[in-house]
Every structure is written in C-alpha cells, then in structure tokens.
Design a binder for this molecule. Structure first.
Ligand code: SAH
Ligand code: SF4
Ligand code: F3S
Length: 437
C-alpha cells in the first residue's frame, strides 16, 4: 500500500527546514507526500509559538482534524515543534486533542521515525518532550521542497534572551555545526543543482562563538568559494554582533547577495534596553553605515515590533523616524504578543490592543510606501532573477533578484532553477512585472 503524508508548517525558515527533515524521515518510512489532509495516512503539524496567533492557527487546524480522525481511525496525527516544547504545553495539547497520536518537541525531532514506528505497531499514543538539546545530528537526508533554494542550518538555538522572545526557551542554547560539515553540505547541494543556498541561524553572526572553528565571515567566504554559479544568502543577523569584517566578507565575493536581514525591533533606546537588545538606535545606524561603506548597494530588511510593554507614543515615533532614516527595502511588522515565561510577560504597562493596532497600521503604511518607492526605481531597468516557481493563477513565472525583490514574467519554456534577465516594465508594491531580455 502506498502510504501518504501531509505536513503543515508554521513559523520561521528554520521550521520550514525542520519540516524538510521530517519529510525525509517519512520518505524513509515509505510514505509519499500528498496535498490534502483528507488523503493522508499521517498528518504532521510542525508548530510555532513566537506569537499567540501562530498558536491559535495550530489550535484551529488541529481541532479541525477531529472529525476526519473519527471517520478514519487509522490516520496518525503528530504535533511537534516549538509549541509542545514549551513547559507544560504537551499536556495541554494532549488534553485538548486526545485524538492526537504523537507529540514531540524541537529537541527530539530526529526521533520522530521511532515514534511513528511505535504508533504503527499498536502503541496508543507517544508523548515525548526532551528538556534540553542534545548533540547536533549530522547525516540526515532532508527532502527539500524549496528548489532552487536550499536551507542549511549553521547554528541552532539562541542565547540572547530578548525579553519578549520565546525562542531561547523552545530551541535551547546556541550551538554551531562544524564548518567542515556545513561546507560539505553546501558543496553537495551545489553539485545536485541547487542555485541558492541560505545559511540559517537565529543569530548567524555568533556562529562558532567560543569554539576553535572559523567565524561567520570566513564561513561565508568559504561557502562562496565553492565552484559554480549560485547565490548565497544568510539569516538572521543580530545587530549587536554585526561586524565590519562581515561587511567586508559580503563585498568579497559576488555570489554573496547584497541583502542583509537585520532586525532592529524598535527605534527607541528605552524600549531597546527593555527588550534586552544590547544596542541603541545610534549603534544600529552606525552598523548600517559600515555595511554601506563596503556594500553601497546593499538592501536591508528588518523586523519591527510595536506595543512592547511601556511603549509610549514618543517611543513609537522614534521607530518611525528610524525606519525613515534607514529606508528598509522591506520589513516584517509585528504587534507585541505576550509569551508566558519570558521576562517581558511580567512587565507592567502592557499597551492596550487598540493603541497597538493604530501603531501597526501607521508603521505598515510607512514601510509599504518605502517598499513601493524602491520598487518603482526598477522600472526600465534590467535585473537578474533566479526563477523559483510558476504561478498557475497568474500564468507567470516568478523569482527574486539578489536584493530579494520578487519579479514576475512570461516564458514559453520552463525556466525554474535558471537565472534570467528581465526588463522591468511595471512595479506594483512589493513585486515587479517584466519580460525576459
Ligand atoms: N532570531 C531572529 C528572529 C527571531 S523571531 C532575530 O533575532 O531577529 C522573528 C521575529 O519575530 C523577531 O525578529 C521579532 O520581531 C518577532 N517576535 C519575536 N517575539 C515576538 C513577540 N513576543 N511578539 C511579537 N513579535 C515577536
Ligand atoms: Fe529571539 Fe532575540 Fe534570540 Fe532573535 S536573538 S531568537 S529575537 S531571543
Ligand atoms: Fe516559531 Fe520556533 Fe521559529 S517559535 S519563529 S518556529 S524558532
């Protein structure tokens, strides 16, 4: 019998790549992928808990499976990732959704195969969460789903404990893969035909900190030195650790994309301090200046939070001012979400929802206007796009340029995975419309 799996992923790129690892394990167990939960013999929810709405999405979707499971008793439902890794959450999930068969966390994701085997051999349910991270696992065979891009983990976990953030609690302490393993993986991906590699970590700048291994700028240079035409990206950089050396490394090899995702979170020094970010707005601007000194055309994207506890109108204005000053090419904007167990959750002066809503609307309007302005500059110019997909609704191919700008275009033949030059005829908001030249 041909058994089928369906994976539902929430959250960040690291989770997207974790789902590729899960897909690899399911393939080894003889399952093949399918598009819907109805068809699936196993459904895996790879969850996120960064904000309350990420959890609510998962609750909603797991809840919807109750009926399906009642009619299809052999179907296996597994819930894993960051949500069950929170203290006490696995029990809550088990009580709320007794029909879920397997619950696992981030630290034991690599054991999912065993859990599925146990379930297949008749065990009622498998609920296992590890309290702490184990050794880094090498030699897995993820089933990659984002060709021509491939994700490569370089660090796991986070030691920064920004006061609002749950990640250090659910991903454990920061640890780095050995550079020889990262480089070997990169080399083999390039020889398999991947055209873009993205090095992943919560804070890539602190790669190999406290070990005898090479630092992040050298790692970047070594990966970029692999033969072949490809693009190299990385995320995320923490401003406190962004160095001149890294700016030089970005400039040193054309394969390294001129795009840095450098989350600033706020433009107010008071709030940055309360967030435990360890830099001021002026420090941040200085880092941008250093980056631009070596890479003048570098695009910068960011993450911003509004409504952090105690954020006054003046603090929020400082964020708007910083956004105006930097001119981000795009930004992810979030309303602060209280996460149990973090330092900020105990802070007084939580900002009322209506205030946060007004602020986020104003911020989004500003960010969008900047993005539109920057996109408009492309019109009439030619840019190189790495084609990554075909949009069936629009009947157009799409891909990004090195700065991360999305471009749509027509082509008679399938060009997914190829670099194409397009002349931009139109810019609409975040994306560009063009034709192959
Ligand atoms: N390690 C990365 C990003 C981690 S999470 C970094 O340090 O930048 C991605 C983004 O989610 C963060 O940059 C932050 O803007 C946002 N975020 C994290 N916790 C949040 C919370 N409690 N409420 C709202 N946004 C949050
Ligand atoms: Fe969270 Fe801060 Fe770590 Fe990023 S650096 S994952 S925001 S604690
Ligand atoms: Fe979410 Fe976990 Fe990533 S909390 S943002 S999936 S590290």
């Amino acid at each position: 019998m041909n058994k089928k799996y369906h994976i539902v992923t929430y959250g960040c790129q690291m989770n997207v790549h974790d789902s590729e690892r899960i897909a690899g394990m399911l393939t080894e167990l003889g399952y093949s992928s399918c598009d819907s939960m109805e068809e699936a013999d196993i459904v895996v929810f790879n969850t996120c808990c960064i904000r309350e709405n990420a959890e609510n999405h998962a609750y909603g979707n797991i809840g919807m499976l109750k009926k399906l499971k009642a009619n299809k008793r052999d179907m296996i439902i597994a819930v894993g990732g960051c949500m069950p890794q929170q203290i006490g959450k696995a029990d809550i999930l088990h009580k709320k959704f007794p029909y879920v068969d397997i619950i696992f966390g981030t630290h034991n994701l690599n054991h999912l195969k065993e859990y599925i085997r146990l379930k297949e051999s008749g065990k009622k349910s498998v609920i296992e969460i590890y309290d702490s991270e184990g050794e880094i696992v090498e030699g897995e065979s993820p089933l990659r789903t984002s060709y021509p891009n491939a994700w490569i983990n370089i660090t796991y976990g986070c030691n920064n404990f920004c006061s609002y953030c749950i990640v250090p609690y659910v991903r454990g302490r920061e640890r780095s893969r050995r550079s020889e393993n990262v480089i070997a993986e990169a080399r083999s991906l390039i020889s398999e035909g991947y055209r873009e590699l993205t090095l992943l970590g919560q804070n890539v700048n602190s790669y190999a900190n406290g070990t005898d291994d090479i630092r992040f700028p050298q790692l970047l240079e070594k990966v970029a030195a692999i033969d072949g035409k490809f693009r190299l990206r990385f995320m995320t950089s923490h401003p406190k650790d962004f160095s001149e050396e890294l700016a030089r490394a970005i400039a040193s090899n054309g394969k390294i994309c001129h795009l840095v995702h450098l989350p600033v979170q706020s433009g107010s020094d008071r709030i940055l301090k309360a967030m435990n970010r360890k830099y001021t707005a002026a420090d941040y601007l200085k880092k941008i200046e250093i980056l631009k000194k070596y890479v003048p055309d570098c695009a910068v994207t960011t993450d911003l939070i509004v409504g952090f506890p105690g954020e006054t109108d003046e603090d929020f204005r400082a964020t708007l001012d910083l956004v105006k000053e930097v001119g981000f090419s795009s930004a992810f904007t979030f309303v602060y979400s209280k996460r149990e167990g973090t330092v900020a959750a105990k802070m007084e002066n939580q900002v009322p929802e209506e205030v946060s809503k007004e602020r986020i609307m104003e911020l989004v309007a500003l960010v969008n206007s900047q993005t539109r302005e920057q996109s408009a500059k492309y019109v009439g110019h030619t840019c190189e796009i790495l084609c990554e997909d075909y949009d069936t609704k629009r009947g157009l191919f799409l891909g990004r340029d090195e700065y991360g700008r999305m471009g749509y275009f027509n082509s008679d033949k399938n060009v997914i995975g190829q670099f194409v030059n397009i002349k931009v005829n139109e810019a609409n908001g975040v994306s560009l419309m063009g034709e192959i030249v």
